[in-house]
Design a protein around this ligand. Sequence first.
Ligand code: HEM
Length: 485
Amino acid sequence: MTTLTTAAGAPVADNQNSLTAGPRGPVLMQDFHLIEKLAHFNRERIPERVVHAKGAGAYGVFRVTRDVTPHTKASFLSAIGKETEVFLRFSTVGGEKGSADADRDPRGFALKFYTEDGNYDLVGNNTPVFFIRDPLKFPDFIHTQKRNPATNLKDPTAVWDFFSLSPETMHQLTILFSDRGTPRGYRHMDGFSSHTFSWINAADERFWVKYHFKTRQGIENFTAEQAARMAGIDPDHATRDLFAAIADGDFPAWTVSVQIMPELEAERYAINPFDLTKVWPHADYPLVEIGELALNRNPENYFAEVEQSAFSPASVVPGISFSPDKMLQGRLFAYADAHRYRLGANHGHLPVNRPHATEARNYQRDGAMRFDGNGGGRPNYEPNSFGGPTQDPSKAEPPLRISGDAGRYDHREGNDDYAQAGALFRLIGAEAQARLMGNIAGSLGQAPAAIQQRQLRHFLAADPAYGHGVAQRLGVTIESAIAAE
Ligand code: HEM
C-alpha cells in the first residue's frame, strides 16, 4: 500500500475528515491538506482552445514509401522505409470542450512529426479548402460560428450574414453542409494540409506542395438525422471510437500523398495556388503517394498529452517551409501566441510537445513553470567561448521569391468564388445534392429573409440547380432582380 501525500510529499494521516474544532465545529485554518486540496481543485481548468476545443489524440508512426529526395531534403523523408513517431489530434472547430463530436463542423487533423531535425507540425483539417482567404477575417468568421453575445446561443443569422457577405466561403460551406460535414468518426475521414507549403531539395530548388491523407478505413459519414441522434446518444462517439479501436489493436491508417508544383509554375497557373479557398485539380497536379500513417498508441493521460498538446504551422524542419498564402502567414503568428496564453511560455518543454528524436538546444531561460534544469550552469548568451550551441548556415533556406508594393489589395478582385463550388455540387450526384440542399435550407431557413435572398444569389452563381434547389427547399421564390442576374 502506498501512502497518500501532500504535494510536498508529506504523509496524509486522514483524507476523510477535515480538522475541526469539535465534531460539529468549524474547520481550522491549519488544515493545510484541506486547503491545498481545494485550492488545487480551483485551478484545474486552463483556457480551452479558442477554436478546436473538443478533440481526441493518439500517437503513431509515419513511414516513407517513395523516394522524394528529388523534391525535399527533409531528413524524415530521406529514405524509403524510414519511420517517424507522430502525435495526431483530431477535433471539431466551433464547439466547446464538452460539445458533441457529431456536430456539423470541419474536423481538425493536427499532426506532429517528432523528427531528428525537430518537430514538424502539419496543422490541417479534413477539408482541402477553407472559408476565407485573408487572416484579417478569421476572428470575424469564428465569432459567427460561436455563440451570440446576447443570447449565448448558436446563431444561424450571424452564420449566414457572414457567408452571404463573403462569397469566398462558397466552396467550403458546400463541403460543410454536404455529408462530409458530419463524419461518422475520426477514423473515417481524410486529412489535408489545405495550405500550400514549400518543399526544398538538396540543390535548393523549391516546389509547392499540398498534402492529402486518405483514410484506409473508408470515408463514412452520418446523415444530418443520424448525426443529431448520435449527438444525443453519445456526444463523445468519435473520441470513444478512436480510443477503442486503438486499444483493440485495430490501428487506423491513412495513405499520404502530395500534389507537387514546380516553383515557377505558380506564376503561370490559372488558379492562384496560394488561395486557400481553391483546390488544385488532380488532372493538373496528380496525387503522388509518399507514405503511410498509422495510429497505434493511446495517450495515458488526456490532459497531459491531448489537452496540453500544442501544434503550430510555424514548426517546420529543413527541407520544408511556408508559402505566400496570406492565411498561412497569419497562422504562423497565431498558434504559438495561443500556446503562450493557454499553456505558458515553457509549453515547448511539456513531454508531448518537446522534441522526441532530438533535443532543444538554445538560450531561452526561466519563465513560469520551467520544470527542467533550465540549462544548468551553461552559458545563457550567444556567442560565447564555452562551447554553447551555434547557428548552422548549412540549414539556411534559399531566398523566397516575393515582390510587390505594400498595400491592402482587395482579395475578391478577379477571383472566381463560384466555379469550384459549382463543380463540387455537380460532382456529388443527385442524392448527395438533395441532402446538401436540405441541410443548407434547414440552417439558412433560420436566418432573416433578406439574408436568405442574398445567399441564394451565391448558390445560383455556383450552379442554377443549386440556387433553385435551395430556394425550393426554403419555400421561397428567388427575387426576380437576383434571378435575372
Ligand atoms: C487551432 C487560429 C485557420 C486548423 C487554432 C487555434 C488558434 C487558431 C488560435 C488554437 C491553438 C491552440 O490553442 O493550441 C487560426 C487562425 C487561422 C486559422 C488565426 C486563420 C488565419 C486554420 C486553418 C486550418 C486550421 C486554415 C486548417 C487547414 C486548426 C487545427 C487546430 C487549430 C487543426 C487545432 C490544433 C490542435 O489540435 O491543437 N487555430 N486558425 N486553422 N486550427 Fe486554426
